[in-house]
Design a protein around this ligand. Sequence first.
Ligand SMILES: [Zn+2]
Length: 106
Amino acid sequence: MRSRNPRAGTVRSMVGRGAFPNPGIPNPQSLRPMSTFCNIDDKHVPLYRIVWVSDLPHFCGSSECEREGQYEVRLEQAESVWADLPERDAALTALEDWLSGQDRKE
Ligand SMILES: [Zn+2]
């Protein structure tokens, strides 16, 4: 009987300990203080200043372009910062966390 296999229980308990974090279930150990900032290009960027985040890496064809392959993060007042892919993804995650946290606020 597969369900009596002791290994099945081992895997389940590993999940419970966060070895396989399930994003649908809040893990108290993974909760961190919510930050209103994200790190982009060595800057702490306030999330509330972000207008939009590019989905595709920048490409303009200019041989002198220093931003090729980077992701534009548009800020208020026509400013931009430029993120690499991990920074862009971290910024989006931070934005989602921040916005859902605002929704939960009562
Ligand atoms: Zn360019």
